[in-house]
Design a protein around this ligand. Structure first.
Ligand SMILES: Nc1ncnc2c1ncn2[C@@H]1O[C@H](COP(=O)(O)OP(=O)(O)O)[C@@H](O)[C@H]1O
Ligand SMILES: [Mg+2]
Length: 208
């Protein structure tokens, strides 16, 4: 089983959007996927509750947020962890211990980058990351890669030697899909063509 943690201390940067779509993608690939929502707001679980029964199944892990040794059924292929804004300290360390991959959505604004700085500093200091036991992928969220904002983000990330895996555009496709408990991978192809394309580098990275 592989665990993927979606994290960034900034609220509203796209963690739940990424986590739910990631789970939707994996489920659509006939993978057994479980979600663990570490956020008190439980947005991922709300989404899961809306998910139509005829779509590829995603199960939920019912464990306390601070459970250090949650019982994860062995039959799973993937565990997707959604996390709350402001996660740090012990909670972050515990989540990292479980994770094989960490996905960090960052919006390219001054505010978002400033809020991500401490987190990325901390992340790079974690033993598990330094030893290359957990891999970090950055996603430029709600941004067009051809803009100045995108190059500013890349410039900011250079100090960490972290490449931007892909950019996901700002679109109601995500918002509308979520209303129905869907990911973009559950939509007719033509409705999310550009977005499915933008996910490709992230999907390739998952396989590494
Ligand atoms: N790429 C996107 N395009 C349009 N809206 C988005 C996108 N990513 C996130 N959103 C919206 O932004 C808001 C915050 O995103 P969310 O995923 O809940 O962030 P977080 O979990 O980090 O707080 C939500 O209303 C979500 O629908
Ligand atoms: Mg969230």
């Amino acid at each position: 089983m592989q665990a993927i943690l979606v994290a960034n201390p900034k609220g509203g940067c796209g963690k739940t959007t990424l986590a739910t779509n990631l789970a939707g993608y994996l489920a659509g690939q006939n993978q057994r996927v479980m979600m663990w929502d570490l956020d008190r707001q439980k947005s991922s679980l709300d989404w899961l509750a809306l998910r139509p029964a005829n779509l590829p199944a995603i199960t939920r892990l019912d464990a306390e947020r601070d459970d250090v040794h949650p019982k994860i059924p062995e039959s799973n292929d993937w565990l997707v962890l959604d996390s709350p804004a402001g996660m740090h300290g012990k909670n972050l360390a515990h989540a990292l211990k479980l994770a094989h991959k960490v996905i960090v959505p960052v919006q390219p604004s001054v505010f978002d980058m400033a809020a991500s700085r401490d987190f990325l500093d901390r992340l790079m200091e974690e033993k598990i990351v330094r030893k290359h036991k957990a891999f970090i992928g950055i996603i430029g969220m709600r941004v067009d890669p051809r803009t100045r904002a995108a190059s500013t983000l890349e410039q900011f990330l250079k100090q960490y030697d972290l490449p931007v895996l892909t950019y996901l555009r700002d679109t109601m496709v995500y918002v509308n899909a979520a209303f129905n408990g869907k990911s973009i991978f559950d939509l007719p192809h033509y409705q999310a063509e550009r977005d499915l394309e933008q996910w490709q580098p992230l999907i390739e990275w998952l396989k590494t």
